[in-house]
Design a protein. Structure first.
Length: 638
């Protein structure tokens, strides 16, 4: 007996929004509560006058939802586009809508505690200026990074200076492992993540009813100057209490949840609980579409259980690093509990079905929606993460890329496979004819899969590219999930205009981390993954770096060993019995500039900022073996 074809599905990213209370005013009331001021217009420019943030582009969301958008995602975008300075409680303020993330400001007796200073310096400076316009010129005493994603530390130099931190006038607090994880996600894998993040966040898409309408977690990402100042204080254990600027903070370490290094904290004197990105007004990602380490949904749920036990009876307001607050103990307990249950459900049910023999793709179809109470909760809707790709991520965490079917063990790469599929199906013309019938029948998912083979087998086939672009648009306009919508729309755009793209940074993985003032060990790790191993295998080099500090002239000594196509950083002197072929003495900032290609050894030597002793060709050889990452590689085309 032949199995019946799977039903067509035009809206793959989330379950239908049946049962939602469209008349519930709570989210709108909370998103506007306590507003003190805003920017008119809400546009931020850099020193050269280039716009790095434009919240005005979302003004169309005040209108009625059209047929080209999911009503639930439209509602979320409208809420996220509300901007301004908001009073949470007396002494605690948030600036929302000046970037993808929130900047929280707590007033202390000795200065301000700034939490999560946005992506870029320009936006962070504008946010602090908006606060000071209303609350006066209080100094910043401390900065807190809640976790290791760029939108929570990248704008730090817009609120404090490196000199103030070095002099001890400002403390910077972060969870244990922060610097290592920030480098891993934003520098080591940053270039590849950045390109996919451009699709995920819809960078370059027009803000319009048939274009970008936000991605659930926020509306967009700023494109200003990104930086980092290393922490001066680390939170290493739950229950740790710090007093910063006269403000008491009690921390909960939540490593391995939404970020590998993350933490919540309670402001016990204010009754305010900040949960970073561990509880949001959207289902979050167990694995983001831009790429990252797979997160532990089971641990995530467990930490939220701990959060409830530690803080729920001492909290009156719940705030996060995105979205709007939740007021009231009953209300915040409900939200934390439902968020916890969402991650626990998708984890536990994925594992249950995995142990029944289903693959990740099969599980995603089986778990099409949450149980009724969770499905009706606005904050658990799949605007940013989705049940579909989150269940696949849980499967991947346990089982990896391979589903166990030997036929999938050694497939051809995409182009070679596509050429074979198209020939097998009778050639491109035959496939296109069948694909049109598939589109007319409403099975857009299969049409997209089939047309992808034609496009990859023959990228110059304009007819195939246009048909695929139209399919992507139809899929996009039905998505409740904002990141899926953006991926589809960016794919459609690039199919029609396949020029390589190097759009401004998305904010979630800048890849330019060699400019961030990283500590030496992290700088060399970032350098090692840019080495062209096959070419480097013909060389054995030994370089000694004496990295001086401008403050006291002391030197931090590192040896770089290049052997077998691997660059190994060694703290201190060369291995016993070996002499470095070249010794370089300079500051870490100059070293980073040389290695990143922003300056040259000759220029720095001439300026007196770099001293070389030995064979200078060794450095030239090393630099010539580094491969700059591509920032605009294709995704929807080969």
């Amino acid at each position: 007996m032949t199995a019946a074809p799977a039903p067509a599905a035009a809206a793959p990213a989330a379950a239908p929004a049946a049962g939602l209370d469209w008349d519930d005013p709570t989210d709108l009331a909370n998103a506007t509560r306590g507003r003190l001021d805003g920017l008119e217009p809400c546009v931020v420019r850099n020193a050269e006058g280039r716009v790095v943030w434009d919240n005005e582009r979302w003004s169309f969301l005040a209108g009625e939802c059209p047929a080209t958008a999911d009503p639930s995602l439209w509602r979320q975008g409208r809420l996220n586009s509300l901007h301004g300075l908001f009073e949470v409680v007396e002494g605690v303020y948030q600036v929302r809508g000046l970037d993808v993330s929130n900047m929280t400001i707590v007033e202390g007796t000795e200065g301000l505690v700034v939490v999560d200073p946005l992506i870029s310096e320009e936006c962070a400076a504008a946010a602090l200026a908006l606060y000071r316009r209303n609350r006066g010129e209080r100094p910043v005493a401390a900065v807190v990074y809640s976790h290791s994603h760029t939108d929570h530390f990248g704008g730090v130099r817009g609120v404090v200076s490196e000199a103030d931190v070095a002099a001890g006038r400002v403390r910077i607090v972060a969870p244990a492992g922060f610097t290592e994880e920030a480098v891993s996600e934003n520098v080591v894998a940053g270039p590849a993540m950045l390109r996919r993040a451009q699709y995920m966040y819809g960078v370059g898409l027009p803000a319009a009813p048939d274009g970008a309408i936000g991605f659930g977690l926020g509306q967009g990402t700023s494109s200003g100057k990104v930086g980092m100042l290393p922490p001066t204080d680390l939170v290493t254990a739950t229950g740790q209490v710090l007093e910063l600027g006269g403000v008491r903070l009690e921390f909960q370490l939540t490593s391995g949840t939404e970020a590998p290094a993350e933490m919540n904290f309670l402001l016990p004197d204010h009754g305010v609980l900040l949960v970073a990105e561990n509880a949001n007004h959207t289902l979050h990602n167990v694995l983001t579409l831009r790429g990252a380490l797979v997160r532990d949904a089971q641990a995530w749920a467990g930490y939220l259980t701990e959060t409830i036990a530690l803080y729920a009876d001492r909290s009156d307001v719940l705030i996060g690093s995105h979205h709007w607050p939740t007021w009231g103990r009953t209300e915040l307990l409900t939200m934390l509990s439902e968020q916890r249950d969402a991650y626990a459900y998708l984890h536990d049910q994925t594992v249950r079905l995995m142990n029944q023999g289903l693959t990740g793709t099969e599980i995603a179809e089986e778990l099409a929606e949450f149980p009724p109470q969770l499905a009706r909760a606005w904050h658990a809707r799949g605007y940013y993460g989705s049940l579909s790709h989150n269940t696949k991520a849980v499967y991947q965490r346990y089982m990896g890329w391979f589903d166990g079917n030997p036929a999938h063990l050694w497939p051809h790469p995409p182009v070679a496979a596509a050429e074979r599929y198209v020939e097998f199906m009778g050639g491109a013309a035959a496939v296109l004819e069948k694909a049109r019938r598939t589109v007319d029948a409403g099975d857009l998912r299969f049409a997209a899969e089939v047309l992808n083979h034609v496009v990859f087998a023959d990228p110059e086939n304009r007819e195939a590219r246009e048909l695929q672009a139209g399919v992507f648009e139809k899929l996009a306009h039905a998505c409740e999930n904002g990141t899926w919508r953006n991926f589809y729309l960016c794919g459609a755009r690039d199919l029609r205009d396949p020029s390589d793209r190097d759009a401004p940074g998305s904010g979630s993985g800048s890849g330019g981390g060699l400019a961030w003032g990283l500590p030496a060990d992290q700088l060399f790790k970032a350098l090692a993954v840019r080495l062209d191993g096959p070419r480097a295998a013909a060389h054995r080099l030994l370089l000694r770096w004496e990295s001086t500090t401008e403050a006291d002239g002391g030197a931090d000594v590192w040896t770089l060993l290049l052997a077998n196509g691997v660059l190994t950083p060694i703290r201190g002197d060369a291995p016993a019995g070996e002499r470095p072929q070249l010794t370089a003495r300079t500051t870490l900032a100059v070293l980073a500039g040389v290695l990143a290609g922003r300056t040259t050894p000759a220029a720095e030597t001439a300026a007196g900022r770099l001293e070389l002793a030995g064979d200078a060709e060794v450095l030239t050889t090393l630099l010539g073996l580094l491969q700059a990452p591509r920032s605009g590689f294709r995704l929807a085309l080969p």
